[in-house]
Write a protein of this length. Structure first.
Length: 304
């Protein structure tokens, strides 16, 4: 393909259409009137030999060809913007900015406190707004629209318009009332099944014990859930002073072990770990403040 014969602004139009899924809004985003944006779409279709976007009741939906093009075009444009952008001279210590993230319960309890500490130390002028991820799909849409700057948590859905970075892996442990743990804090598989369990069951919560239940089901075994709780932070306090056992993400259990009076014990089953991810858009390539903020989240993840 002869690049000299191609208007590279068409790629900017393609990116806007992928983001907005609407010709008028895409045109407004890049400063084109609706007729000019429609003309750009016609030229894009001719360039790639594909419809690219099909009108439906739900808006302009990308074809398989458009979805395949989205990531490489987005990355190419991001690289061009980074190369051509002037030095913004971003200084965390003096910057004034508001950042918004959405997090799962896990991210709120484990990642956010360490992130706040770093921000107060290195960028006290940056304000942080933390929203809950109640519905992962809705939070992903908010990220794509630019309403939030990043998502943090486990088991998060992604899309062709977002980027995913693994912060770290998490595994599971058991917790029991500290006074009931013997000098050798180990649970056998039989004892684990014999004891009554406390369970965190909020939809979308990280560290869902469903993984353990699937392992038990493969062996034809089942545990008894004596207490079901809606908030993960309530689990260690419910276990303390009782005969209950619970299965939790290691870092959350460790954060509350001392204050709740519970002890951590190895899980007597080989449960797979799960990833805690950072999701963000490609805007960081042209936004030095956002790039620094995302890098700071990565630093927090490496330290946990």
């Amino acid at each position: 393909m002869n690049l000299a014969a191609i208007d590279l602004n068409l790629l900017v139009a393609f990116e806007a259409l992928m983001e907005e899924r609407n010709v008028t809004r895409a045109g407004q985003r890049i400063g084109l009137a609706q007729p000019s944006m429609s003309s750009a779409l016609t030229r894009l279709r001719a360039l790639f030999g594909d419809e690219l976007f099909i009108r439906t009741a739900a808006g302009m939906q990308p074809t398989a060809r458009a979805l395949a093009l989205a990531r490489p075009i987005g990355e190419a444009l991001a690289q061009i913007r980074t190369t051509l952008a002037p030095d913004a001279g971003f200084e965390p210590a003096t910057a004034r900015r508001r950042m918004t993230i959405a997090v799962t319960d896990y991210g709120d309890l484990v990642v956010v406190p360490a992130l706040v500490t770093l921000l107060r130390q290195e960028a006290p002028g940056i304000d942080l707004v933390v929203r809950p991820i109640a519905d992962p799909a809705s939070s992903l849409s908010a990220l794509e629209r630019g309403d939030v700057d990043a998502l943090i948590g486990g088991h998060l859905p992604g899309s062709g318009r977002t980027m995913r970075q693994r912060l770290f892996d998490e595994d599971f442990v058991c917790i029991r009332d500290k006074a009931r743990v013997t000098a050798t804090p180990l649970l056998s598989a039989d004892e684990y099944l014999r004891l009554p369990h406390a369970l965190f069951s909020a939809a979308g919560g990280d560290g869902s014990p469903g993984v353990v239940d699937a392992i038990l089901a493969m062996e034809g075994r089942k545990r008894r859930v004596a207490v079901t709780l809606a908030h993960v932070v309530a689990v260690p306090f419910a276990v303390a002073g009782t005969d209950l056992v619970a299965t939790m993400a290691r870092r959350i259990a460790g954060r509350f072990a001392e204050i709740a009076g519970v002890a951590l014990m190895p899980l007597p089953y080989d449960a797979p770990s799960f990833a805690i991810d950072l999701l963000h858009s490609r805007r960081a390539a042209s936004d030095p403040a956002l790039a620094w903020f995302l890098a700071t989240i990565e630093r927090v993840g490496r330290a946990l």
